[in-house]
Design a protein around this ligand. Structure first.
Ligand code: ADP
Length: 182
């Protein structure tokens, strides 16, 4: 599914984030930046050891990455030139600031992309795997946060890359439903 928001093309598709040819892809990392399962593991496997080397240097310089923040490395051997690593919140029932922290993670990635002049960026569904954030709630936060950010900024393309058919259909529902309400 493709839809415009201002000057920005939003693309929602089913696929593997490591194969995307946008200028940057987002990694749903953890605070250690030392790799892990899910998207994180897939990105380090596909991108090679250079990404982990750069992550280690970042941690040596500034310590663990707090939840909601983002840092940039090169993309190693990925098609994408850069990887933006962010840490989404672990779901703990919803009363521990999870919504705002997830929104902050998306905003931090978008702000870093603007800072580096990145024109196209792919997002996975942050926090909805090992971190167990409810998927529909997360999809709505992703949508609202991105649309708010696009009031003052624009990109050539923002892609949401969903791993499963179910997640794709959920995203499509959320974007279409909210588009009809606004
Ligand atoms: P988190 O720890 O932030 O929850 P995960 O990587 O465990 O991150 O999961 C986030 C989402 O990414 C899940 O919906 C998962 O199905 C999906 N996912 C896992 N591998 C990939 C991949 N290679 N490309 C795109 N999405 C993926």
């Amino acid at each position: 599914m493709q839809l415009p928001v201002g000057q920005t093309k939003i693309l929602i598709l089913q696929g593997d984030i490591t194969e995307q040819d946008t200028e940057a892809i987002v990694n749903a990392a953890n605070s250690s930046l030392m790799g892990g399962g899910g998207v994180d593991g897939a990105i380090h496997r596909a991108g090679g050891p250079q990404i982990l080397e750069e992550c280690k240097q970042i941690v040596a310089r500034q310590g663990r990455l707090p939840t909601g923040e983002a840092v940039l490395t090169t993309g190693g051997s990925l098609k994408a030139r850069y990887v933006i690593h962010t840490v989404g919140p672990i779901w703990r029932g919803g009363k521990n600031g999870e919504d705002e922290l997830l929104a902050k993670a998306y905003r931090s990635c978008l702000a870093l992309a603007v800072k580096y002049g990145i024109k196209s960026l792919s997002f996975p569904s942050i926090s909805t795997g090992a971190y167990r954030f409810p998927k529909e709630r997360a999809a709505k936060i992703a949508r609202t946060t991105v649309v708010d950010f696009l009031i003052d900024h624009s990109f050539e393309e923002l892609r949401f890359v969903l791993f499963s058919r179910n997640d794709l259909e959920l995203y499509e529902r959320v974007w279409v439903k909210l588009a009809n309400c606004s």
